[in-house]
Design a protein around this ligand. Sequence first.
Ligand code: CMC
Length: 431
Amino acid sequence: MADTDKTATLTLGNESWELPVHSPTEGPDVVDIGKLYARAGVFTYDPGFTSTAACESAITYIDGDEGILLHRGYPIGQLAEKSHYLEVCYLLLYGDLPSAEQLEDFENRVTMHTMIHEQMHNFTRGFRRDAHPMAIMVGMVGAMSAFYHDSTDISDPWQREVASIRLIAKMPTIAAMAYKYSIGQPFVYPSNALDYASNFLKMCFSVPAEEYHVDPILARAMDRIFTLHADHEQNASTSTVRLASSSGANPFACIAAGIACLWGPAHGGANQACLEMLREIGSVDRIPEFIARAKDKNDPFRLMGFGHRVYKNFDPRATVMKQSADEVLELLGVENNPTLQVAKELEKQALADPYFAEKKLFPNVDFYSGIILEAMGFPTSMFTPIFALSRTVGWVAQWKEQLSDPALKIGRPRQLYTGPSMRDYVEVENR
Ligand code: CMC
């Protein structure tokens, strides 16, 4: 972190305090209020952290006004086009693109950890068949701390590394098991001869009774979906992982916390909610009715897959996702998919509407991802688990970075208290 020669001055009544200003490699300067309470006796107030940098990080950078997303400096569009998910995982975890040897070694290490403890199969069978796969994933990943004791000591760099690889390697196995369980089919063991995306497709869609051939086009689309979701700076679930980890919690508990946060419809749950909304709209002639509802202050309805806390121009992931949707649906011969037609027309009409333009609301990554996933054969309930498995590397990279930060402290926000002032207890008979 570079200090600048600038300072910010806070004046309260007759007193003033000089606050240091730090300069990032990209993005706006940051006013350091870390010692403000000790010096001035006041807190700052920022619900939703809209103006607060909670940590220093060198992993991902977003410029929301320009629609830029960089991982370790590389634009997401280039990574989606030229790289692949496991290479992006390496980049996020270790800071640079790997050499051919480093990549091979990393892929081998991930591949050797794809199986889960056999006892976890019994654990999974304890859930109700109609459990949401996200509920199963929260439980299974949290339970990894009960199955992998040898990688829960966060003070040991080797255990941290093993936990990281285990999480990235086992998440597809866990997500696929959650799916298989919900449809009453047997769990499929991972195939280490396959690449990461192909292995996941096979674990989801193959059955022991039949040969299964992974379609390379679908594998490529799957890999791209993983890549586009790999990390996204200090979003709600990543901040949840960091907050959980700040107390010294074990890595599996921290990532389970991230999965729980991701589930919400304002975050990772939006892809499921978006596809359900597109299906509910059903045909292009009903679009104006839904746009009117989204604009109505008295109606809680929002256009799912639209809007973003940081992107106020366009979401660069959505651009790639839209292109992928067109490609995948054409290759599958379903380019006239009615949901895609509704999505495209909805995007067009919303973008032409002054309400969405004024509020800078654009399609986000979740607007088109559900259409691709549905075309690939996934039920809507699997959309958010697929987001969770893709984002695991981002959570893990941010968790590792946080643990090696000498400035690490337990996260402990303060509050603007608005409850009653101190009062005396009144005996029940006198109330
Ligand atoms: N449809 C209609 N109006 C909207 C929408 C929407 N999708 N999103 C925001 N607005 C309006 C909102 O009503 C508010 O209006 P006003 O200023 O008149 O009160 C204004 O735009 C600002 O909204 P906000 O809720 O204060 O903005 P935020 O930054 O807190 O919320 C968001 C960002 C993503 C939660 C929100 O845009 C939203 O709920 N979108 C739909 C859910 C969604 O697609 N989420 C996925 C996000 S991308 C993937 C991920 O991060 O997981």
